[in-house]
Structures are given as C-alpha cells and as structure tokens.
Design a protein around this ligand. Structure first.
Ligand code: FE
Ligand code: FE
Ligand code: MG
Length: 164
C-alpha cells in the first residue's frame, strides 16, 4: 500500500494484520465445513439444505479472498499453510461426523454466530480508524447475518415435518 494509504490508518498495523489472519483462518475452515457438509448431508429437505450449504461455502471462500487482499494491501502475508488455520482460528471447526441435516444446520449456526461476533469486534475496532477494513468487515458481517438466518429458517422448516 502507498504512503498516504498507510498514514490514514490509526490503529496498530501488526495487530490488525493478526486479527485479519485469524478471520482468514475462520473463513477457510467455514468454507470447508460447508463444502464437505454439502457432500455428506442426509435427511429431510436434503436438496434445499445442500443448495444453501454450497451457496454459503462460495460466500466464505469469497470472504477469505477479501481478507487476503486486505492483508496483502496492509503489508502482511495471508496464512500460507492450512495447518496454521487451527492455531489462528477464532471459531474453530465443527466436523460433520453426523451427516443428519439438522445436526449440520446446528453446527453451521454455531459457526455463523461466532463469525458475527468476530466481525462485530473488527468493526468496533476499526471504526473511525481504518475506513477500508471497516467497510470490508461490514460487508462480510451482512453476509454472516444472512447465513445465520438462512440456516435458522431451514431448521425451522424441517421442524414442521411430522407435525401434521
Ligand atoms: Fe464468512
Ligand atoms: Fe458465513
Ligand atoms: Mg444463503
């Protein structure tokens, strides 16, 4: 990033890059959790669930891309090896060892709630201090809020099965 672009950032740069790399690790793990969940999913409304899981996987990969671009712009390096995702992640990884759709949705809701917390904190931290990262975090937060809602509403629809 150029001289003036750097000057307008009013928070500690190395701390910011660390925060962004932690979110970056979260996004890759979320991507894989959705992607592999879509491969193994079983149960009622499977088709609708799989379509949503695949859509969210694509969103998480796009978030990883956005974070990587900002990390590089700030003079940092995105995590270069997958084994480091585990030591950096905020939200961890919930292995979809039970392929039942309800279980997958519950795990992904937990992940989305954690992601919402992560971006809420990043937004608060960068507010009035780093406009570009702030805007990016808001853009990602909007997606995570939508993801949580989509998963909750699928879970609700599935809960109506067997009631009539
Ligand atoms: Fe995401
Ligand atoms: Fe998400
Ligand atoms: Mg969706």
């Amino acid at each position: 990033m150029g001289q003036r672009g750097k000057e307008i950032i009013k928070i500690d740069l190395s701390e910011l890059i660390t925060d962004l790399n932690k979110a970056y690790a979260d996004e890759w793990l979320a991507y894989y959790q959705y992607w592999v969940g879509a491969q193994v999913a079983k149960g009622p409304m499977k088709e609708a669930v799989i379509a949503e899981l695949n859509e969210h996987a694509a969103d998480e990969l796009r978030h990883a891309q956005m974070l990587s671009e900002r990390i590089i712009q700030l003079g940092g390096t995105p995590i270069l090896t997958p084994k480091d995702w585990y030591s950096h992640t905020n939200c961890g990884y919930l292995e979809p060892s039970d392929p039942f759709v309800k279980k997958l949705l519950e795990q992904n809701i937990e992940g989305e709630r954690c992601a919402i917390n992560v971006y809420e904190k990043l937004i608060e931290k960068t507010k009035d201090k780093d406009f570009v990262t702030y805007n990016m975090a808001i853009e990602i937060l909007e997606d995570e809020i939508e993801h949580e809602e989509d998963m909750e509403s699928l879970l609700e629809d599935i809960s109506f099965i067997n009631l009539k």
